[in-house]
Design a protein around this ligand. Sequence first.
Ligand code: DAH
Length: 343
Amino acid sequence: MADIVEDLKAELEAVAARGAELDEAPSEQKLREANAALQRQLSAALKKMRDVPKERRAEVGKAVNAVKVGLEERFEGRLEALAREAREAELSGPMLDVSLPGRAPTPGRLHPVTRVKHELLDIFQSLGFEVADGPEVDTHANCFDKLGFPPDHPATDMQDTFFLTHTDEGDPVTTLLRTHTSTVQIREMSRRPPPLAVVSPGAVFRRDDDATHSPMFHQLEGFLVDEHVSFAHLKGVLTLFLERVFGPDIEVRFRPSYFPFVEPGAEVDVRRPGQDWMEILGCGMIHPVVFEHVGYDPEKVSGFAFGMGIDRMAMVKYGVVDREGKPSIKLLFENDVRFLSSF
Ligand code: DAH
């Protein structure tokens, strides 16, 4: 019997002696591991308490308690010491390095089409034109009829588009996604008397869809109405405008062309030194029939109008071409950041 008690006491002493391992634990992790091992050894020893005779249990219990408390103190002591050491190392170590460069956010920028639009508007505003807005959904009348397109004119086929029909107090109204910004001529002139000089940028929609045509693109419309406006004014304003956009060393050429809402009508090409002619815009003297439709007297007033593709201007200005070097309007609308951030 005495052997069991003596054995147990010896085991407890061994555990207590191994407590020194706690004092030497190099990190909190190692300290916790060492403590767990000692606790396991202690509970294994305690299992033998059953075999200790009753009258000696109190004595053995005291010894067990002393070992437990001793281990606890060592564990807590070492834990505190480790925390103190870590804090001291932190304080005496090198200072926090705040000189590392931060990560700069990538600044956004305006879309090239928007940039060109602003540039074009700036030029016209400096010449005294005001900026007007018009809806992207407009009536068949504003888009075609009042501009002098005869019913079923092939140009309405060419501009065949996305029609929307609704009824207004029982009457069917044909509306559509406008095929050009010339609608704004009708809207603005119907609203107020001349003189006026207006430019109007915006999205337009057509059925076209290939490398150089997108079903949605942007136009800039312009028109000026007053007494005694002549083709010379048209030429003067547009030549000045194109020289500001493409530089003073370009050549400008006016070529007769047909649009139902102008007479005479012309297309304008520009040529940079050593390059080919590029078609840039359509223009002409506003047709008397348009004046009649908006309530102006064609005997009293005259005016000119012009329309150009803003995306086209952006492509020409920035030389937007695909991998094979072909002009591609689609690149402007794919919103690929690698492409857009190259401007
Ligand atoms: N609306 C024409 C188009 O989309 C462009 C145009 C031509 C506008 C001549 C005009 C103009 O104002 O006078 O093709």
